[in-house]
Structure formats: C-alpha cells, structure tokens
Design a protein around this ligand. Structure first.
Ligand SMILES: [Cu+2]
Length: 465
C-alpha cells in the first residue's frame, strides 16, 4: 500500500521450500512466498522497488501493463540482476495511469518461463477502480484471484524443460481450492489475473455471469456480461459477480483447446464459492463504467505488420521471420503518434500479442470489428491462421521496449521483438545504456492513453506443443 505518494518495497528472490497448493515444494519465491504480497499504488505515485537476487540465475523485473518509462531505473527489461546483486527500480506513475489489475514478474531473457512457472510473479493493483462504481457498490468486498499453475519435479516446482501439454496443478493465490464466501444476492469485485507462464484458463461460475468492468487494467466504457472468460497467460479481467441463492458452487476452468499445434487444457476446479447467511437485495449492475477512449478516427501515422511463425518441431518461434535479438531494433515508432498494427498468426496454434509501455485498442479480430467500449487490452489472443488489428498511441515515454507472445515458452524461444519509441526520429540509446530517465510529459491526450504490458523470455527446448 502506498503512503504519501510513495510505495517502497523490497523483493528478495530466493529458492525456498514453501506451501504450493497442498504440497510443500521448492519454489522460486519473492520474499519467501509462492504467492507474494499484492502491491497497491495510486495514479501519480512513485514506486521504489529494491530487488535482490539470491538465485544463481540472472533475473529482472517487469511491471506488466503499467504505462511507465521503459528506461532505467524504471521498466527496462534488457537488464540482468545477477546472483547476489541488488537493483533499485524507480517508477513514476503518470497521474493518467488507469486503475485496475496489473502484475509483476521476471522478464529475464531466456529464463522468464522457468522463473514465472517457478513462482516469480505477483499481483499489482492501481487504485481506484471504485470511483466508477455506483454509490451502493462502492464498498463491495473485493477478492484477488491470482491464477498460478505448477508442475512437480521431485521436491520442486518444475521449471525446465516445461512442456505446456503436461498436466498442471492450478491454484488460486497459490492455494488449493480456497473458499470464497458470499451472501445471497451480494455483489463482489473479483480481480481475475492469469499470472502463470504459459497456460490458458476459461473461467466459469455455474449459475452466475462475470460482469466485466476492466480488461488488462483498462476500465471498460460499457459493462458486458459473459458466462465464461478466456484468460490468456498474462491477461486480467476485473469483474462484478452477483451471488444467487444459498448453496455451494465451484469456480472452474473449462476445457480449452489452443489449436492442432497447440494444447488441450482440461477442466479443473479452482475455488469453492459458498453462498449463505443473510440475503442482500441484489444491486443493479451498472451498464456504463469508465471513460470512453477510441482511436477509430485517429490519424494513422504508420502501419506495421507482425507475422507469427514457428518451426515444425516447435523449438523456434519467429516474428517476421526472426527470433529475438535484444541488440536489433525491429520496429521504430514516433512519440505522440497513432499507429495501426496487424498481427498475423501463420501457425496452427494460438499465440498472444503483448506490448510493453502503451496499451492498445483492439480494432478487429479476423476482420470482425471490436467495439471501442471494450477494446482496450495489453494482451490478446491471435487466432489460429487468423489476424488481429490494433491501434496504439505512443504516449509520454521514449526508449527501447518490446512486444511478444505472452506464452512465455514461445517468447523464450524467440517470439519477441524490439520496438524503439523515438522523439522525432532520434534513435534511443543502446539496450543497457544509461539513457535519460523517462519523464512523463504533461500531455496525455484524452483520446488514447494507455499502459501496456510485457513479458519475458527464457529458453527451453522442447515445445510445449
Ligand atoms: Cu505463442
């Protein structure tokens, strides 16, 4: 929790034997926990975060989805914190940063899949989403539902090689089948966050709907309801859930198939929702929520294409025919302009598209338009042999950043590219260079702010396919 505009936090990365679901396993912990503390900050705050690495493998940190500078000492994912080293991160959050659910995790090149699977991820919340709720819902109970999954290797969480098709034990905040209490008719705010390395979830709560008020830290303009929600690795949904009659139901993830070259994730129960006690008069679910942001009519400064391919045995994954090289600049964009990007998936499995530093507006999926009122994300799925079109306004920050598939196995095996955001054609400094600190400019325009997210890399062999 931040105080007087500052959130100060220390995170030690350490391999420890801890509770993971119903088991005691060696995990890659933050501060000795498989599910580390949820960090909370407010727009305009400064986050000062000291990370110490006590694991014999390079690591670093990424604040997924946050609209902050990609330059050191902020969200630079090109750096490595070696064993025994300490690094001080400092992030100045713009006042315009959006309230919602974000997360933090390792983005170390080649190791992010192993490290996130091993436990190096947690939830970060930017307050105050409640400003948009009607008065009778402002004080509703809130639950963070951090989805983490683990595979077991002897007395440890398996970190390498990670096969995505192998069975995983799915937990909520690191707990096996925890209980969520509700009163009949009660409305709660649930923050659903897939903070695992690779797998998809398709959440379902029998007898209820998810009323979506936020996507990837972006409050939607119009609330919509869904009986199930597909949550790609890295994605988040803030939802209102209204309890029915007294009784017990399971929050579950339904079977989900990512394509013939992909994976079939089976059904699993995640949590037990127990409804009982004194009934509450069900509140009206709001239809309008956050401010509208729409780039549909923006002037487009440039158009770019990102094409995803992979080799036949699933050991290399490409963006525009190339695997990731941190020393190569793949895309250059200009500050304060709007661009339209087409992401084409030329493979037989789903991938996701994630960009750091700025969120984007999803314009269409396979040519079908998406409403601006629910179009903002930082991580979206690109259909098999299909495409998506997104628009982004590059706000506030210059510097080298990345875009990638957020299935971390794929990212670690090459599916990541470097984007350099420049001011008037001036290239950024070298990746690890001391570049100027990114200071937010004053002008966030009303049409299109946005944070974006990120992710890591790691390597590994054997597709998980
Ligand atoms: Cu992928």
């Amino acid at each position: 929790m931040s105080h007087d505009g500052h959130l100060r936090v220390s995170i030690t990365v350490e391999r420890k034997r801890v509770q993971v679901g119903n088991q005691m396993l060696y995990a890659l912990t933050y501060n000795g926990r498989y599910m580390p503390p949820t960090l909370r900050a407010r727009p305009g705050d400064v986050i000062e975060l000291r990370m110490t690495n006590r694991v014999d493998q390079d690591t670093n940190l990424h604040l997924h989805g946050l609209h902050v500078s990609p330059r050191p000492p902020a969200d630079d994912i090109f750096i490595a914190i070696a064993y025994g080293q300490t690094r001080d991160y400092r992030y100045k959050l713009p006042k315009s940063i959006l309230p919602g659910t974000y997360w933090y995790h390792s983005h170390a090149h080649f190791y992010s899949a192993a490290q996130v699977a091993g436990g190096e991820s947690g939830v970060l919340i930017i307050d105050d989403l409640r400003q948009y709720l009607p008065r009778d819902l402002k004080n509703i109970t809130e639950h963070t539902i951090g989805l983490k999954d683990d595979q077991v290797d002897g007395d440890s969480i398996k970190t390498s090689p990670l096969s995505m098709g192998a069975p995983t034990n799915r937990t909520v905040n690191g707990q096996q089948n925890p209980v969520i209490h509700m009163r009949p008719g009660e409305t709660q705010l649930w923050r659903l966050a897939n903070i695992g390395a690779n797998i998809y979830y398709k959440l379902h709560l029998p007898g209820s709907s998810f009323h979506v008020i936020g996507q990837d830290g972006h409050p939607v303009h119009r609330v919509y309801s869904a009986t199930s929600l597909v949550i790609a690795a890295g994605a988040r949904f803030d939802v209102l859930v209204q309890a029915g009659q007294s009784g017990v139901v399971k929050l579950e993830t339904l079977p989900y198939n990512t394509g013939s070259a992909g994976n079939q994730f089976p059904q699993a129960d995640l949590a037990t929702v127990v409804t009982g006690g004194k009934p509450v008069k069900p509140a009206r679910i709001p239809s309008e929520f956050g401010p509208e942001t729409d780039l549909s009519h923006a002037e487009i400064a440039a158009r770019k294409t990102v094409t995803y391919t992979e080799n036949a045995d699933g050991t290399e994954f490409y963006i525009n025919g190339k695997t990731f090289d941190p020393n190569r600049i793949d895309f250059t964009s200009r500050l304060n302009t709007v661009e339209e990007w087409t992401v084409q998936n030329n493979t037989d499995e789903q991938h996701s598209f994630h960009v750091h530093t700025n969120q984007f507006q999803l314009m269409s999926v396979n040519g079908t338009p998406v409403s601006a009122s629910r179009g903002w994300y930082d991580t979206v799925t690109v259909p098999v042999r299909g495409s998506i079109v997104v628009r982004t306004k590059f706000l506030d920050f210059t510097g080298k950043t990345v875009l990638h598939c957020h299935i971390l196995n794929h990212e670690n095996m090459g599916m990541m590219a470097v984007l350099d955001i420049v001011r008037n054609g001036t290239p950024s400094q070298a990746p690890s260079g001391p570049g100027p600190s990114g200071r937010p400019s004053s002008g966030h325009t009303p049409s299109g702010h946005q944070p974006s997210g990120h992710t890591a890399s790691g390597h590994g062999k054997g597709h998980d396919g």
